[in-house]
Design a protein around this ligand. Sequence first.
Ligand code: SF4
Ligand code: FES
Length: 261
Amino acid sequence: MPAHILEQNREQGTMNPVTMKDKKTFKLDGKAIEFEDGDTIMDAALRAGEYIPHLCHNPEFTPHGSCRVCIVNVDCKQVSACTQPAIENSEVDNSSDEIMANRRALLQMLFVEGNHICPGCEKSGACQLQAVAYYCNMLSSHFTHFFPQRSVDASHPDTAIDFNRCILCELCVRASRDVDHKNIFAIDGRGINSHLVINSSSGKLGDSAFTASDKAAHVCPVGAILPKHKGYEKPIGERLYDKQPVSIVGDVAAYEQDEDC
Ligand code: SF4
Ligand code: FES
């Protein structure tokens, strides 16, 4: 969600006591948040302009609940805000030390499972994983790096895929299936062997029906799906998250289609 929408929602989310009487609400860090039947905690929070850290969530797609970075505590039970239906009068903790520490641990695991070499990454400064890690005050990887041996697929004329950076959020899977209606991507394997695969005879992107104008080309929260021919166009210091945090700026996917981040 872009910054101006978050800000607009934040202003509109300031509720007046008259309308609040008839609306269902829950408390997010002590602040009353209105919701409608069917809303998840994430839906209602974003509409009210409140930020809950997240990676695999994008309001355009069915929630997936895989990254768990949106973990919140609801009446003493930890759940993912993007999949948990809002419950009237519940107390949701989105920012306690315990919740932030759990988020940091999840982020640290994501960092060590792949090869995220931020200083050399084209996406640095416009990477949602990096931005959320900053927001959650992740200062080190903590765990031992796996340094997996993953390939880069540069077979497509306009788009490259660096599997080293994939965090298995399935946003490209959902975008290709639900918006592009092409089913180019899927996750194969289980547990630590889970990996992104391409639906083509050779397993290469260049042999698939993928095009750079596909929705799936513009939803990746990290530097795994990258456009070719325009590397490092925007200097470090002027990128999406260089001046404002992800809690203000919102999702990288909200900017990708319109501009080069
Ligand atoms: S390539 Fe990007 S969008 Fe697709 S699953 Fe990996 S991280 Fe998510
Ligand atoms: S954003 Fe909720 S589980 Fe990933």
